[in-house]
Design a protein. Structure first.
Length: 572
């Protein structure tokens, strides 16, 4: 491809709106442009990469026996009402009505659609197992769209749905997807780790996420320092620390006027935060729920949601809700006499002695509180595990790192087939619900994640497998006919070999061309300069290495070697 004929939109400046490396580089390299919050247009260069990732995904899904499908993005509300998610999806769903006031949404995901297809098209166990996938645009009105295409409101997802006649079949389908995902991320040059994930209150029997480690990731991932255990913090069980046994003391209300934080309280009482139990108040749909955890712990909202069973929106309660529940200003909530629909107590709190809680009275706390004697609630694990605690599998220390989810595999079981009455006839002539799995990959998020893992101060360093062009040929001096002639010849020959070439024939200084080639992350660079008359050009790998003077023949061999190393086959 000739650069002179292309729309090249590289920027020298770092765009102010971009906070993370991949976002900055996608804008600077001219891969995409923002249209509105969380909505982007892909420029030709970005689209090339996107298509390559899609092709890898497609090949591996096909290899795993899945069939490609394409559903509409515009979905009628009826299907969603059948599954109960028309209401359950909440504010993240983009909703619209047609000219006849019929309700629709822009699909945020497609379980309902594929369940509907299955119930209409699959009659018998003989047609099972079946796995259908699509690579399609999804819409989610995210609360906080950010980091470019990492969390956008329109994004491309590969979503697959498997249908089996029994649990064993689902296990096989799920494992095939797991293996396909490992291959996909490997081929994309992405270091993604599979970790156990939460399956939700009514979710199926298994779920795993593919996570990439990233400081800007929005998930916390728990890793064991000794065994293979890895899980999303949402899922990782916390074992409660047993407080030292004490004689139960008498309740004592104490004035604590200016203490609003746990830190203030610990100072005032001259005690450790472990002696305090905090009571947080949430709005869970139309209910008010209080959750108690030890002063130094964090509430795990997923564990709370699961305990509440299918909560749609869980938010911190408003000031007025807190006042209603406690008869006090915010900061003085406690379990004794609180007016809430449910009181959830973390196991650790139930095992503490003579602890401090809010008095439900502005300016007061109570000390020497004991679970069982002074209050009761629903006791379970409601907190996040913390760095250095015990691994739930082997008991050794765990560590926590930030991560971003690029893929998700999920055993749904009969959640949707039951709700939507999607059945088949089994070997014995009986009607059975499909046993389903669903499997997603964020294609656009994968693209950004690859950049996060492959960049330097000069720009992107694409792995060969997803690079927009494999090789750039830079004509150093556009006034030199010999240079132009040779560069064009190499361009043609390489393209005939199946190599994608970015021929920089723009009337620009060589320095500008070098910079653009590096910024765009093209893996190999050939510079056709003064020495061309001696049959010599320069060759440089984007991923480190020296700028070498080599003969034209050797260039071809070097390029072929790179393809071999990356296990990518060339046409010839
Ligand atoms: P997250 O926890 O990041 O919001 P999710 O659990 O909502 O993700 P899924 O519903 O499992 O995500 O969607 C499948 C995949 O789609 C995710 O693994 C992720 O790669 C991608 N994805 C989800 N939301 C977005 C988004 N807003 N922008 C880009 N990609 C997304
Ligand atoms: Mg989400």
């Amino acid at each position: 491809m000739r650069a002179s004929k292309m729309l090249i939109s590289t920027l020298r400046e770092v765009p102010a709106e971009a906070e993370i490396e991949s976002h900055k580089l996608m804008l600077r390299a001219g891969m995409m442009r923002k249209m509105a919050a969380g909505i982007y247009n892909y420029m030709p260069l970005g689209l090339k990469v996107l298509k390559k990732i899609e092709d890898i995904v497609r090949e591996e899904m096909d290899n795993a026996g899945a069939q490609e499908f394409l559903a509409s993005a515009l979905l009628p509300s009826e299907l969603w009402k059948e599954s109960g998610r028309w209401d359950a999806y909440g504010a993240e769903m983009f909703r619209l009505t047609d000219r006849n006031s019929r309700e629709f949404c822009l699909g945020p995901t497609h379980e309902e659609v594929f369940t509907d297809i299955a119930r209409n098209e699959i009659k018998s166990y003989k047609q099972l197992p079946l796995n259908l996938y699509q690579i399609q645009t999804k819409y989610r009105d995210e609360r906080r769209p950010r980091f470019g295409v990492m969390r956008s409101r329109e994004f491309i997802m590969k979503d697959a749905y498997s249908f089996d006649k029994d649990q064993e079949g689902l296990d096989v389908s799920y494992n095939k997807m797991y293996e396909a995902y490992v291959k996909i991320f490997n081929r994309c040059g992405l270091d993604a780790k599979c970790v156990a994930a939460d399956s939700g209150a009514i979710g199926g029997s298994g779920s795993a996420e593919f996570m990439v480690k990233s400081e800007v990731g929005e998930d916390d991932v728990v890793f064991c320092t000794s065994c293979d255990y890895a899980a999303n913090i949402e899922k990782a069980p916390a074992t409660s620390e047993m407080a030292e046994k004490e004689e139960l003391k008498e309740l004592n209300k104490i004035e604590t006027p200016h203490t609003k934080t746990i830190e203030d309280l610990a100072k005032l009482f001259n005690c450790s935060e472990k002696k305090i139990a905090k009571t947080l108040i949430y709005r869970a749909d139309d209910k008010v729920v209080a959750v108690m955890v030890r002063g130094d712990r964090e509430v795990n909202e997923v564990k709370v949601s699961n305990a509440l069973g299918g909560v749609i929106e869980l938010d911190m309660a408003s000031e007025s809700m807190v006042k209603n529940a406690t008869n006090a200003e915010v900061g003085f909530a406690g379990p004794i006499g609180i007016k809430v629909d449910r009181l959830l107590v973390d196991t650790e709190v139930a095992n503490m002695f003579n602890f401090i809680v809010g008095a439900n009275e502005t300016g007061f706390h109570i000390e020497n509180v004991n679970y069982g004697r002074d209050f009761e609630g629903e006791v379970s694990d409601f907190r996040n595990i913390t760095e250095g605690e015990k691994c739930p599998v082997c008991g050794k220390e765990i560590t926590i790192a930030r991560g971003t989810e690029v893929g998700h595999i999920f055993k749904l079981g009969t959640k949707y087939s039951d709700a939507m009455n999607a059945t088949f006839i089994d070997e014995n002539g009986k009607t059975k619900p499909f046993i389903m799995g669903c499997y997603g990959i964020g294609v656009t998020r994968t693209m950004a994640s690859i950049i996060e893992q492959h960049n330097d101060e000069n720009g992107i360093i694409w792995p060969l497998s997803v690079a927009p062009y494999h090789v750039s040929i830079i004509i150093a001096n556009m006034k030199d006919e010999t240079q132009i002639t040779l560069a064009e010849k190499m361009h043609e020959e390489l393209e005939n070999m199946g190599i994608e070439v970015f021929l920089d024939d723009r009337n620009e200084r060589a320095g500008v061309k070098f910079k653009d080639s590096e910024l765009m992350g093209i893996p190999m660079r050939i510079t056709v300069g003064k020495k061309v008359s001696e049959g010599i050009v320069e060759f440089k790998l984007r991923n480190g290495g020296e700028n070498e003077n080599i003969s034209i023949e050797d260039v071809y061999n070097k390029i072929k070697d790179e393809f071999k190393k990356a296990s990518i086959e060339l046409k010839r």
